[in-house]
Design a binder for this molecule. Sequence first.
Ligand code: N2P
Length: 362
Amino acid sequence: MKKLLILSVALGSLSSAAAAQNNELHVYNWSDYIAEDTIAKFEAETGIKVTYDVYDSNEVLEAKMLTGNSGYDVVVPTSDFLQRQIAAGAYMKLDKSKLPNLVNMDPDLMANAAAYDPGNEHAVIYMWGTTGIGYDVNAVAERLGADYVVDSWDLVFNPDVVSKLADCGVTFLNAPTEMIPAAMNYLGLDPNSTNKDDLEKGAALLEKVRPHIRYFHSSQYINDLANGDVCVSVGWSGDVFQAQARADEADNGVEVGYIIPKEGALQWFDMMAIPVDAPNPDAAHKFINFIMDPQITADITNYVWYANGNAASLPLVDEEITSNPGIFPTEEAKAHLWASKVYDARTDRLITRLWTRVKTGQ
Ligand code: N2P
């Protein structure tokens, strides 16, 4: 009798745990990457309770995906990282019958993304952008002269230039697969080269300017640029524009600019995917479909200043954003953008090693 009771109590709590799980969704996304009301709207529409966590590094997300059992239902890796994680079996195939809003996606951009995920079987574009330079217009003009044209990676990679800016704070992303290729590109090398010498040359340039760099961090610079605490940041397009918006709002006299340098820049796609061991794949599909609603995606773009892959949302995006060449690059700038390629394990290890050397000088 007692045993039966224990069994039924155990079964009871099991089924209520399962019921709770069906009603819960765990999302892991980049920081500063969603509108203020997106999650609340999803919860109100579906009755699903969302736990929303953030990261600012593909490497951090990748470690969780490759270990497994992250507990997340939706994550947002960048396309090259996505490709490697798909190969490792980290993601489930999407059930497209549960994603009717796929019709809203831009076919050309989805074809770009298919280079990393053939047939777009595992992932849908969340937002996309470029890795360029954010800067404090006045602080830079004070140090380089009012006539200095800010249009080049010289700002951070030319020792004569960056040394003049060190006192007002120059920062780099803590993103080795973006920083090293940017340095290689500046040196006239193929940013996608996996040749050891090329990668070492890129890293050597970063080491050379390292004494002038205040920190390596991938989200702190938003507030720091906005407050005038740093003056130049290698950063992600939308994040720099968020800094600009925060400075404007604070009316603190700081004017933030963003450039896609003339030598070219990385264009990346961040992709929504469902871990193979997601506790609630059904809710995950509901969430991805919800994000692909044109109004929801437009609201996100209008708040975070990143371009999206949703063609149907564009008429709902503020003109100030669609006409901004830092967010939607001109044809001329597009010709100089490069897309990242996934690295083989050996190159990946080399990059990790070089990055430690760049950051610590060892
Ligand atoms: C959002 C950063 C996303 C860009 N804060 C990195 N791919």
